[in-house]
Write a protein that binds this ligand. Structure first.
Ligand SMILES: [Zn+2]
Length: 309
């Protein structure tokens, strides 16, 4: 078997347009709308620039994209600041609306690139999607970016994907959107929204079962790409999460990365991989949230991209 090398850097779909600077630092429990910016700063501070390359050149989602997973009324409410526009529990601003158009697009563009260029591991430094429902936001989430991106990619390329959602909270928006847009059953087949449960060893075992299940579907040609959303709120020190100590939390990243290599070897082609952030809340020490995310990203960089610098 001859396979090219993986691209050394993780290609990161980031622009400051996907950051909301208005009212988040002082008025929002969730700092996630600022997280892409804070993470990029932390990458500089930790001198990890060589792990990532940046692509900032992508267009935002429009209301037409959001219609794939949401009612017109809800979309209009969010854009105009009316009705149930506060259902995401975030302080509304024009800047917030603009930023979510870019976070959702960043995830789509990252996934699309990974499908077109499987040798490159892609990364969308985004959160605030997996609790959104067709007619409302929920739990700091505004629009269902993972649902929309999956359906768009199914329509464009006929590909189906799986989510490893290791956020500390169940990613309900996929299951809650199946009736609204049945194409989702093809874009993310049932049983392919993997949300491990349990604590430490049992959490790791639950994750491994999900990997084994999706692995079989990849071998059978039924799943074509994966997204690994390693939410930091599955860590025991998080303000609203907690299932894993640091050892087991980081172990999940290593297990995922080794699994990606194993599956790629078995199929003879690089498995398209996209990484994402999802949740993470620490009022006492937000850098601890960022550092957990970075530990996971660096593991993926070392094991999948073999970036040893
Ligand atoms: Zn969460």
């Amino acid at each position: 078997m001859t396979m090219k090398k993986r691209t050394k850097e993780i290609l990161t779909f980031y622009s400051e347009k996907q950051v909301c600077f208005d009212n988040i630092q002082n008025r929002s429990f969730s700092k996630s709308p600022l997280k892409p910016y804070l993470l990029m700063k932390r990458i500089e501070f930790k001198k990890l620039n060589n792990v990532f390359s940046i692509n900032s050149d992508f267009s935002p989602f429009s209301e037409v994209d959001f219609k794939i997973a949401h009612t017109e009324t809800y979309i209009n409410n969010v854009f105009q600041g009316e009705g149930n526009y506060l259902s995401n529990s975030l302080p509304w601003s024009k800047n917030l609306v603009k930023s979510v158009c870019y976070t959702n697009a960043a995830l789509f563009e990252a996934k699309k690139y990974s499908i077109l260029h499987p040798e490159t591991v892609c990364f969308a430094p985004v959160s605030g999607m997996h609790h959104a429902q067709p007619n409302r936001g929920s739990g700091f989430c505004t629009f269902s970016g993972q649902v929309i991106s999956a359906i768009k990619l199914y329509q464009e390329f006929g590909v189906s994907g799986a989510y490893f959602d290791l956020d500390g909270h169940f990613g309900n928006s996929i299951e809650d959107s199946r009736e609204f847009n049945p194409l989702l059953n093809l874009a993310i087949p049932k049983g392919c929204n993997i949300n491990p449960t349990g604590k430490n060893e049992s959490y790791v075992e639950s994750f491994k079962k999900g990997l084994a299940h999706v692995g079989e579907l990849i071998i059978k040609g039924k799943i074509h790409y994966v997204v690994f959303a390693h939410g930091a709120d599955s860590h025991e020190d998080d303000d609203i999460g907690g299932g894993c100590d640091t050892k087991h939390w980081v172990q999940c990243a290593s297990i995922f990365a080794e699994w990606v290599n194993k599956i790629s070897l078995e199929t003879g082609r690089f498995l398209p991989v996209t990484l994402a952030l999802f949740g993470g809340y620490r009022s006492d020490n937000y850098n601890a949230v960022l550092d957990l995310h970075l530990k996971s990203l660096v593991k993926c960089s070392k094991i999948i991209c073999r970036n040893v610098n």
